[in-house]
Design a protein around this ligand. Sequence first.
Ligand code: PYC
Length: 413
Amino acid sequence: MPLRLLKYGFKRDHAEPRYFNTPAALKDSYDVVIVGAGGHGLACAYNLAHYHGITRIAVVDRGYLGGGNTGRNTTIVRSNYLTPEGVRFYDRSVQIFKGLSAELDFNLFYSERGHFTLAHNEGTLRTARWRAEVNKHYGVESEVVGPDDVKRACPEIDLGCGGRHPIVGALYHAPGAIVRHDAVAWGYARQASAKGVEIFQNTAVTGIETSNGRVTGVVTDRGRIKTGKVVSATAGATPTILKMVDLESPIEIYPLQACVSEPMKPWLDTIIVSGSLHVYVSQTARGELVMGAAVDPAELHSTRSSFEFVTGIADQMLDLFPFLAGVKIVRQWAGMADMTPDFAPVMGKTPVAGFYLDAGWGTWGFKATPVCGETMAYTVANDRNHELITGFGLDRFERFEMLGEKGAAAVGH
Ligand code: PYC
């Protein structure tokens, strides 16, 4: 149990300390500047300060803390990936997540639910078997189960899916979980700030200065900062930031939409995902259904949300759960997903000395927040890629060495 719960439980007054401090002005120089005050950037700042003793850090964001994809995802945590690189990396994230409320002294409402990826045909079942074997090899709990197991875990599901796409089995991943996404960003921000990290919201980066192939500074709309190390941890802005250091990547930006229903009595314990129907759903502690789909079909740098999305997802949900007809969708939104050709991230050192990337998070980034914090902080502190991210380098695209995570990254891509 987070210590704060006990501390405030026994206190007469419950004055909550400020979550984090915002200094009046930027300093002239910092040891590290992190672009992006989402979960990844803040986790990196916290890990640098806590585990590596580097505290002269500025985290800058053109918007507000956690206002990008950290606050726009559907909060799913899992590690049932397809490639050895992916499985080991996301498994480390799940392990950190399990102890994170205690580490950050902040209740993140981490809730282990089990995760079913439904198969509606033999082809999907084959990928499920493949994933299960790779997962088991790396010690991650995953198994292929039959339609009866799905029905036992979720009696409300229509296994026939309206007669159109009968469920023939599923990949079951017991550690699959949900966690309060904004709290992850706030928890990291609070602890980073307590250790001296300075967080500047509404501060846009307009340029990154280099000399002889090395980073020397960052230009923002609040002033210039001298620094030898910059971490780019943005979603939806990576191509813009890369241009500032004359680098390119194959990242393209697509909207990823999601929505939430009115609250209902608890009926859905597990997380249900269907790649064929392009839908994933879980139920929050407040009773709302949180639902998402595949990325939009066309590239777009926007967080607008569409009527097509909400009617499409309602259709697919009703195939799985016909009793939901009449339940209202109360809110919808979108994030900007940095899609890579192989559905794996881009991390670590780059050809520009002192410029580090935490990017390419497409539709798979939130669950990686803790392991990104750990591995990026190690990489920045030692100027050496952490061994868990060596497969995710930007140079893999030049070498045509794709990772091939498409079968496990999300839904329907
Ligand atoms: O990777 O689990 C996932 C996911 C869920 C929603 C989007 N991506």
